[in-house]
Design a protein around this ligand. Structure first.
Ligand SMILES: Nc1ncnc2c1ncn2[C@@H]1O[C@H](COP(=O)(O)OP(=O)(O)OP(=O)(O)O)[C@@H](O)[C@H]1O
Length: 299
């Protein structure tokens, strides 16, 4: 925040060890060079907040936080983004929010009734701004651009382990196979969708972060002809050595602070496959180097 905006009555975010950020109201206008900012917390208590390096970030007006596009916020900083996403999720069960052309997704860790075929058709042919933020809106935008201009499109999905990248990619694929499904050759779409469990059987494992964690990134190329799906190619990439070659014991996983995220959970390398169960296989190269992975073709 600029010092001119830190006036009596303005609200700011201050760091908190439990809630991460909490709101406080300024009770005395701040002047350049002041070492203390006088605040009142939400429970009514007074706080003399020391200005060490940075002035605290300002709160957005209540009417703005919770907007479906973060770009609408007057102040765009970490507490504003977290507060807006939290409010949308808790108040409206809204897991998707735009930030311009980027879609931010929160993993709800429970099934939501927002991926049915009716929802796909509701998004089909619509503009991004007309509908609530959704992975289908993004998929529709890419599909429309491809059909309209005949240009290849890419969806880049990133996030930490367990964020929901694989699930999002599957929803996008379901969208394309539904709106771009061909009536005469429906087995192609079925094969494209059926490729996911096969790839997961070979390449996923249970980790401390995610019960069904991908061991490598996937580049999925979906081919279209006259706006209809004709097939898909999956190439594997980004084989993280730390995910594959580093193993800790079951007890070590619990005890070891700062263990790399997404590492395999197994007692001994040789017992790892059995640990993983449910038809999943671990990828444990015999040498320390990352094993090259081949692309596999579907349909
Ligand atoms: N939109 C969603 N709705 C409901 N559940 C979800 C959603 N997205 C993800 N999940 C759940 O969260 C779990 C973890 O998601 P997912 O495997 O897609 O994460 P990831 O980002 O691919 O993780 P990793 O990098 O470890 O492979 C999934 O098994 C799924 O049950």
């Amino acid at each position: 925040a600029g010092s001119a905006e830190l006036v009596t009555g303005a609200r700011v975010w201050i760091p908190d060890s439990v809630e991460v950020w909490r709101v406080a109201e300024i009770t005395r206008s701040y002047k350049e060079g002041d070492a203390i900012l006088h605040l009142r917390l939400e429970d009514g208590s007074a706080l003399a907040y020391p200005i060490e390096f940075q002035l605290p970030p300002l709160c957005n007006p209540d009417c703005l936080s919770g907007a479906d596009d973060l770009v609408a916020l007057s102040y765009l900083h970490e507490p504003a983004v977290l507060h807006s996403l939290r409010r949308r999720f808790l108040e409206a069960n809204a897991i998707y929010t735009y930030c311009g052309i980027v879609l931010v997704a929160i993993n709800p860790y429970k099934p939501l009734p927002i991926y049915e075929e009716e929802v796909i058709y509701a998004y089909s042919g619509r503009e991004m701004g007309d509908m609530d933020p959704h992975i289908f809106a993004l998929a529709e935008e890419a599909y429309k651009q491809m059909v309209r201009f005949g240009k290849n499109q890419s969806l880049i999905i990133s996030g930490e382990s367990g964020a929901g990248k694989t699930a999002s990619a599957k929803y996008a694929m379901r969208y394309f196979t539904t709106v771009g499904g061909s009536r005469c050759n429906s087995s192609v779409e079925e094969k494209v969708l059926a490729s996911s469990p096969i790839m997961e059987a070979f390449g996923n494992a249970k980790t401390t972060r995610n019960d069904n964690s991908s061991r490598f990134g996937k580049y999925i190329e979906i081919g279209f002809s006259q706006a209809r799906v004709t097939g898909a190619t999956i190439k594997t990439y980004l084989l993280e050595k730390s995910r594959v070659t580093f193993q800790v014991t079951l007890w070590g996983a619990m005890e070891q602070e700062g263990a790399p995220p997404g590492h395999l959970l197994g007692k001994q390398p040789q017992s790892c496959c059995a640990e993983l169960g449910e038809g999943k296989m671990s990828l444990v190269p015999t040498s320390g180097a990352a094993a090259p992975l081949q692309g596999s073709r579907v349909a």
